[in-house]
Design a protein around this ligand. Structure first.
Ligand code: HEM
Ligand SMILES: *[C@@H]1O[C@H](CO)[C@@H](O)[C@H](O)[C@H]1NC(C)=O
Ligand SMILES: *[C@@H]1O[C@H](CO)[C@@H](O)[C@H](O)[C@H]1NC(C)=O
Length: 663
């Protein structure tokens, strides 16, 4: 939580009021509550309640014979981590047993949790499994304590890494609105990237009771991020109330370190639409005609229990949409994609139901889910990835060649990938809504980015046409992109509340890497690039001279640079948005998500494949077509991720013919 000198607040507010007319209110939740809602809500583990979980840990420790004094000192948990044994490590699930898989009328579908996607390893890509690590952990004690030491120190003379906010200021700050990107990427691109990230990974936090202020607590799961030096926005002594991720003991008995988990299925399977467990899905389905539940005007259902959801509306504090992922409400751009794909599901389900009058609700539902997952895979690989990665990396990782399933590939999330894919530097400073007037599109409303966090209510404005106007705004407006730089919206005003408290997302990303024991950037550069990094000049092939100077102004050694910072500041290759090491991490993960997915839409497995006719229809799908089909819009660019194409009538954008699904 920020505790800023009053004068800084007044100056900052005055400066903003002067140049930016803004809404006065910022919801009812505090900044801390907003951050916690975003990453809490652990669902994949049986003991989801942090207090109950801590109690269970203590119980295990007491059975192991530890004294009451030791138990009272929660820090003991860090030393006696056997209490965190991961039940998934020893669990055996036999995937040859049908009941451990999902069949309808003899046809196999994905399980909801991802279980038994890989028949030899039931837990590959499963919701709740541990992240994989490419390199040995860099915890200071090898077990769980955050990476804090500079390589320039010695055992007797420890030198600490610079504070996260200091790095954020020196390396990631930009006080002006960034110019638009060279490849004319649209804002729709940014939020689709985020939408897909929420299909793949969510690393939950846990264990800190909701009323605990982590800036004034000895709870070992607290992660107070302290501002060391007064800057333009925060003051020395300010502190962000953040918490450590949920952990369990690594499955390899000998190493005994703490590892983070993925709360959702890794596969690109639409888990952000359908959830990652049967229980979540049950809340979302209507159980009639294969449909998902909706609310007035074909929106997602409104959630009743909103505490774990990232929503805090200015206009309507009670409005939170219920989606397959708890983060769906964090930004109206993201919520729009959620809405579109729920509508797409119901559009396809309606058609299949008419086509096959004898199909059950279950059959229609599963077949529709299979089609929607195929569409997401198609759009991700065909439209999105070629703009994330340079074509040389697309071919290097085999992301465009023909698919063949490799049962030795584990699709589970690589923890280092989650840093490679945090494209928080793409965030525009202003959020626009737009309308079509005749054949041209024009912005109608503009909001400072920090005024729209966690406000899904924008979708319901303009008599429920807000969703159309948000989407048009995303497609019509560009994406700012400069290697490594983040706008003030997310670097100073993240989840800002009525009191003016807020977070810096760059600092959180840096601190997260340390807290996870993620090794420094240079090791990944060496691994991916086959080079040796020992001096600052060795970064010249990946970073500009300006960036190297900025890094050098805070870090004592190039071997200290944090992974996220090193990746996001790499010079992007060609017209892509990723540098060489970032491309390597992203390429690897997406290759695994494809090659290790038994249900990949291009599979030739006789029991799982689409018919030739169906597959060629699926290959016609574009995001532009999906948007045309599910929003009240008459024209679209054929490539909605680019602002340079012309807008064409929706009727000229081809789509799939669902009659190929007649039984
Ligand atoms: C609407 C704007 C966005 C907001 C408010 C936001 C906020 C956040 C926050 C608060 C975290 C948690 C950080 C932590 O505690 O470690 C996070 C994580 C992450 N974000 Fe964003 N983000 C946004 C946009 C994006 C975009 C455009 C991407 C693009 C891919 C992205 C990708 C990720 C990824 C991959 C993670 C890590 C996920 C995990 O495994 O837990 N975010 N984001
Ligand atoms: C920190 O916590 C203690 C004990 O709960 C309390 O007495 C004190 O006022 C708190 N300090 C701040 C700055 O909130
Ligand atoms: C399948 O994946 C494994 C593990 O990544 C790899 O060693 C092997 O070469 C792959 N096989 C094929 C045919 O690509």
């Amino acid at each position: 939580m920020r505790r800023t000198l009053a004068i800084v607040v007044i100056l900052a507010v005055a400066a903003l009021v002067e140049c930016k007319p803004k809404e006065a209110k910022r919801g009812i939740r505090t900044a801390s509550q907003k951050l916690r809602a975003f990453m809490s809500g652990l669902r994949s583990r049986a003991v989801a309640d942090p207090e109950e979980r801590t109690a269970r840990r203590l119980d295990v420790l007491s059975k192991l014979g530890f004294s009451a004094e030791v138990l009272r000192d929660l820090k003991a948990l860090q030393m006696f981590s056997r209490a965190d044994e991961d039940p998934f490590c020893d669990l055996k699930v036999d995937c040859s047993v049908d009941s451990n898989r999902a069949f309808v009328d003899g046809q196999e579908y994905r399980t909801q949790s991802g279980q038994c996607n890989n028949l030899d390893n039931y837990d590959w890509g499963l919701a709740g499994v541990q992240h994989k690590r490419l390199l040995t952990n860099a915890y200071d004690n090898g077990k769980w304590s955050a990476r804090r030491k500079s390589v320039t120190g010695t055992n007797r003379n420890i030198v600490l890494l610079p504070g996260a906010r200091k790095i954020s200021n020196a390396v990631h700050a930009t006080d002006s609105d960034k110019p638009l990107d060279k490849a004319s990427l649209s804002s729709a691109f940014i939020y689709f990237l985020q939408f897909i990230s929420h299909d793949i990974t969510k690393t939950p936090e846990g264990d800190v009771p909701t009323n605990t202020d982590c800036c004034n607590s000895t709870n070992p799961f607290c992660l107070p991020i302290r501002v060391e030096v007064t800057d333009d926005f925060f003051s020395a002594g300010d502190c962000y109330d953040a918490q450590r991720s949920f952990t369990v003991l690594d499955c390899d008995d000998t190493s005994g370190f703490q590892n983070q988990i993925n709360d959702i299925t890794a596969y690109i399977d639409g888990s952000m639409v359908y959830g990652s467990s049967d229980a979540e899905l049950k809340e979302l389905r209507s159980f009639i005609g294969g449909y998902l539940k909706t609310s007035t005007a074909n929106f997602m259902p409104e959630a009743e229990d909103t505490e774990d959801l990232a929503c805090d509306n200015v206009e309507d504090p009670d409005l939170c949409f219920l989606a397959g992922d708890t983060r769906a409400d964090v930004h109206p751009g993201l919520t729009t994609f959620h809405t579109v794909f729920v509508r797409e599901h119901n559009r396809v389900a309606a058609y299949l139901g008419e086509l096959n009058a004898d199909w059950s609700d279950e059959k229609i539902f599963q077949e529709t889910r299979r089609i929607v997952a195929a569409e997401l895979q198609r759009i991700t690989f065909n439209e999105m990835l070629p703009k994330v990665l340079d074509s040389s990396y697309v071919s290097k990782y085999g992301l465009s060649g023909s698919y063949s399933y490799n049962k030795s590939v584990d699709a589970s999330v690589i923890q280092e990938f989650t840093f490679g894919y945090r494209f928080h530097n793409l965030m525009p400073a202003v959020f626009h809504m737009a309308e079509l007037v005749g054949s041209s599109v024009g912005n109608t409303a503009s909001h400072e980015q920090e005024d729209v966090w966690q406000s899904p209510g924008f979708l319901l404005t303009d008599n429920y046409r807000g969703v159309d106007h948000v989407l048009l705004g995303l497609v019509a407006n560009g994406c700012p992109f400069i290697n490594g730089l983040m706008n003030d919206a997310s670097r100073n005003f993240l989840f800002v509340d009525e009191n003016g408290d807020s977070f810096d997302l760059a600092s959180i990303n840096i601190e997260r890497g340390r807290e996870w024991g993620t090794p420094a950037y240079y090791l990944y550069r060496q691994m991916c690039g086959g080079v040796t990094i020992s001096a600052w000049t060795d970064l010249a092939s990946t970073h500009s001279a300006d960036v190297i100077a900025d890094l050098q102004s805070v870090y004592a050694s190039p071997k200290d640079v944090d992974l996220w910072t090193g990746l996001v500041t790499e010079t992007a290759v060609g017209t892509s948005i990723a540098g060489p090491t970032m491309s390597c991490l992203i390429g690897m993960q997406f290759a695994n998500l494809r090659n290790g997915d038994r249900f990949w839409y291009e599979t030739s497995d006789a029991d799982l494949k689409f018919t030739t006719g169906q597959l060629s229809e699926l290959k016609k799908v574009t995001l532009a077509r999906v948007l045309c089909d599910n929003l009240d819009v008459a024209t679209m660019p054929k490539d909605v991720f680019s602002t340079s194409g012309s807008w064409v009538d929706c009727s000229t954008i081809s789509g799939m013919d669902l009659s190929f699904w007649a039984d």
